[in-house]
Design a protein around this ligand. Structure first.
Ligand SMILES: C[S@@+](CC[C@H](N)C(=O)[O-])C[C@H]1O[C@@H](n2cnc3c(N)ncnc32)[C@H](O)[C@@H]1O
Length: 184
């Protein structure tokens, strides 16, 4: 069943704490190094789902280059504000920010090569709605790179498999590559 209720962002204070935690952790757990594990190529259309403060949006935008595009989507206004500021500071014109209040992104169907769902699955309240939307967005040979942060790996696997829409094609630790099933 589709979730009709508007999605509620976390309180601003929590979002700011999260940004500080990332600032502390990122010199050790470097997102730029982490992104090397992601099959991202020049020219790709990428959706950074639950982009937060853009830890992955910015490196992804640099990697896809001018021919590519990154949609940075989030339900939190601060996420959108921070990503816009970072993109402007770095003169990145290939990032489109989108503030959502539902699982409908409004992005054209079958147009996306890669979806990043990083450190976000644990915050999703309606898994079926999210995975249905991601299935709609992806090209047939598109892929999701996701992780199982803040949950057991087996729980993330169960969530993906219960949707019936995706196949897990690769697992590396808590990271997974997930491909859409052909049935549309
Ligand atoms: C823990 S942060 C991770 C941010 C980013 N992916 C990273 O790894 O740096 C999770 C983000 O997902 C966003 N979020 C939660 N539910 C969402 C939803 N249904 N749609 C889009 N974004 C969502 C939150 O607002 C938050 O910014």
């Amino acid at each position: 069943m589709t979730s009709e209720k508007k999605l509620e962002p976390m309180p601003d204070f929590h979002f700011k704490c999260m940004m500080w935690l990332y600032k502390l952790a990122d010199p050790i757990w470097n997102p730029r190094r982490h992104i090397k594990k992601i099959p991202i190529k020049e020219g790709m259309v990428v959706v950074d789902y639950g982009c937060g403060p853009g830890r992955f949006t910015i490196p992804a935008a640099k990697l896809v280059g001018r021919q590519g595009r990154v949609f940075a989507v989030d339900i939190h206004p601060l996420a959108i504000k921070v990503v816009k500021e970072k993109a402007a500071r770095k003169s990145l014109t290939n990032i489109e920010t989108m503030l959502l209040d539902s699982y409908n992104t409004g992005i054209k169907g079958s147009s996306v090569d890669l979806i990043l769902l990083i450190d976000a699955l644990h915050m999703i309240t309606d898994h079926h709605a999210l995975f249905r939307e991601m299935h709609r967005l992806l090209k047939q040979d598109g892929i999701i790179f996701m992780d199982a942060e803040h949950m057991k790996k087996s729980r993330a696997v169960d969530i993906v498999e219960s949707t019936g829409l995706f196949t897990i094609v690769e697992r590396r630790g808590k990271d997974m590559l997930v491909a859409p099933k052909a049935e549309r």
